[in-house]
Every structure is written in structure tokens, then in C-alpha cells.
Design a protein around this ligand. Structure first.
Ligand code: ATP
Length: 318
């Protein structure tokens, strides 16, 4: 039976002398998803990936990849894992196809049969016979993924794969990843310091900062997982509504805003119905009552800047 999780770590820690680069990381990466490992430079992403691939030892903690404990079963596990940790290197005077043939020659006939589909998946069929030195950086990155596909990996681990790509390159990369996940059922674990990219490519993510996981889960849940819950109200009598809201235990703060009234709840968004009923009892006509959605960008900024900055200020930046 296949393990439910493509990657699972518990208490994963890496110390370099005094510095703890990865600090008790518990990662849960579901199979068949694109998972973003998101954090600022120096957060510990590359070090975590290197431990998962057995390129460096963990100081403490456990890891399993595709259901196998690593590093104990590293050799078997890595047969079904493709990884790009640094910029992929190719023979510049050989074509993309020839480069893949060189790799397939070592891997065997099954790998050779996968060359054409891998090039197609990477969107390189038309340029496959051009020399790699004529490729753009985006094409080289995608050729790197095509090379991984020769092993028919269940899991791809990509460290900052879109670094240095232009928007067009990022878009092509994104489409390739989505196709690998949705059409082929592979799992893609990619690290990035770019929130926008993770939000667009990934189904789920972990946010890492200073070696620690701050939060992880489906993108939609991370986006809404802020600690403060707010509502926007549109009412027929703002003064009357503000008076009623000020007297309610369900409300931490209520004030006028461009939209009408902004309410910070003491509890959860589920209290919205009670607030509505309370306003109606007070004689206020409620035309609009809507939870404020905190974008993942606001949340990422909150987390990585470590400032409990007011949401309004962040909205201006977003
Ligand atoms: P970046 O995107 O900048 O590579 P990252 O999130 O991948 O960031 P890491 O490269 O894992 O971060 O680095 C995490 C911390 O560990 C940093 O403070 C870094 O300086 C430190 N570090 C990484 N490798 C070593 C090493 N070989 N020796 C000492 N310190 C290291």
C-alpha cells in the first residue's frame, strides 16, 4: 500500500555549530499535491531538502519519504524521487534530447522510452534538437525536470525552481507542475521565497521562518488562518449600529470604514449570525455582512516580518 504522505518529518533539526538552521520541523506533505515550502532567504529550506535527500545528516529527528524511513532506506527511496537542488548542469553543445539520451543510457531502456514524453511534458518537443547553450534559463529548468522524469518519479523535490525566471518562464513552469500533479498524480515539493508563486502553483504549503514551521496546510486555509476575525457591515443606520455593537460581548472593536462598519470579533466568524440578529433586534437594517478574507500575502508578511502590523497597512502594500 502506498503511504498517504509523500514526505513526513518529525522534530527534524540541523545544527551548524552554534547555529540551528532547521529547528524541530514537522512536515506533512500529502501525496498527489503540489506543496510549497515557503520562507525568506536563510529560513532553512535548502538545508531541509538536503537532509531529505540524504545529502547532509540531520542533527536530530525522523524523516520518511514515500513511506520509507530515510536515510536508512535512502537508496530504494531515491529511485522514485527526482530532485533539482542546484541549477541543473547540461552539456551545452549537445541538444536537449541528446542530453537526456546520455542520462537514459546509464539508466536503461525504460528511461530511453521516456525521453519523448518527458520532453513533451516540459514543453520542449519543438526545441529538443537545439543545442542547450541556445536555451533560455526557463527552458534549462524545464529540461532539468524532463531529466528527472526519466526515472518516472512519484515525488519531485525542487529547490527554488523559478529563481531568476521571467514571468513567461514562471507561467510555463507552473503549467508543467500542475500537469504533473493533476494528470500524472505525482507529488511536487518546491521551495520558494515568493509567496505569489506558491499561491499560484501549490495546493498546500508550509511557511518556514528561522528554521521553524510557522504554519502549514491547504493554501485556502492558510489564507484564512489569521488570528483575528473581522466582518464588514453595511447598515441603514451607522450610529445606531455602532452603539449596539459596542455593547456586545461578541465584538472586540467596531468602527466606521469606507465600506460601512468594520468589526473585529472577540470570537470566531460563526458569531456573525448572532451579530446580525442582535442588530436587527436593535432596529438596524443590515444590507451586508461579510467576513474579511486575509490574503496569504498579508499572512506571510505578518509572519515573516514578525510585526503584528495592522491589516489596513498591509492591504495598502498588497
Ligand atoms: P536561501 O533561499 O537563501 O538558500 P534557505 O531557506 O534555503 O535560504 P538555508 O540555505 O537552508 O536557507 O540556510 C539556513 C541557515 O543555515 C542559514 O543561516 C545559513 O547561513 C545556514 N547554513 C546553511 N548551510 C550551512 C553550512 N554548510 N554551514 C554553516 N551554516 C550553514
Amino acid at each position: 500500500m502506498q503511504a498517504e504522505r509523500a514526505i513526513e518529518t518529525s522534530g527534524l533539526t540541523k545544527r551548524f555549530g552554534e547555529r540551528t538552521a532547521v529547528d524541530g520541523v514537522d512536515l506533512l506533505v500529502p501525496r498527489g499535491s503540489a506543496f510549497g515550502f515557503l520562507g525568506p532567504n536563510g529560513a532553512g529550506k535548502t538545508t531541509t531538502i538536503r537532509m531529505l535527500l540524504g545529502l547532509t545528516h540531520a542533527s536530530a529527528g525522523q524523516m520518511s519519504v514515500l513511506g520509507h524511513p530515510v536515510p536508512a532506506e535512502r537508496a530504494t527511496t531515491l529511485q522514485r524521487v527526482g530532485a533539482i537542488v542546484e541549477d541543473p548542469c547540461f552539456h551545452p553543445y549537445l541538444s536537449g534530447r541528446e542530453n537526456l539520451r546520455v542520462v537514459a543510457a546509464v539508466r536503461g531502456p525504460e528511461a530511453a522510452k521516456r525521453i519523448a514524453p518527458a520532453l513533451a511534458r516540459a514543453g520542449l518537443s519543438e526545441r529538443a534538437d537545439d543545442k542547450v547553450k541556445q536555451y533560455s534559463q526557463g527552458m534549462r529548468q524545464r529540461l532539468g525536470v524532463a531529466r528527472c522524469l526519466l526515472a518516472d518519479p512519484l515525488l519531485l523535490i525542487l529547490d527554488e525552481p523559478t529563481n531568476g525566471l521571467d514571468p513567461g518562464g514562471i507561467q510555463e513552469f507552473r503549467e508543467m507542475i500542475r500537469a504533473m500533479v493533476e494528470q500524472e498524480g505525482r507529488t511536487v515539493f518546491l521551495s520558494s521565497h515568493l509567496l505569489d508563486e506558491v499561491e499560484k502553483i501549490c495546493d498546500a504549503a508550509a511557511i518556514v521562518d528561522r528554521g521553524k514551521i510557522i504554519t502549514q496546510g491547504p493554501i485556502a486555509e492558510l489564507a484564512e488562518g489569521g488570528s483575528r476575525h473581522e466582518l464588514i457591515l453595511g447598515v441603514d443606520d451607522v450610529e445606531l449600529a455602532l452603539g449596539a455593537l459596542a455593547a456586545s460581548e461578541l465584538v472586540r472593536e467596531a468602527r466606521r470604514s469606507d465600506e460601512g462598519i468594520r468589526v473585529i470579533l472577540s470570537g470566531t466568524p460563526r458569531d456573525a449570525a448572532q451579530i446580525n440578529a442582535m442588530l436587527v433586534r436593535a432596529g438596524v437594517g443590515v444590507a451586508r455582512l461579510e467576513p474579511v478574507r486575509h490574503s496569504l500575502e498579508q499572512r506571510f508578511l505578518q509572519i515573516t516580518s514578525r510585526l503584528d502590523a495592522p491589516v489596513e497597512r498591509q492591504e495598502v502594500q498588497a
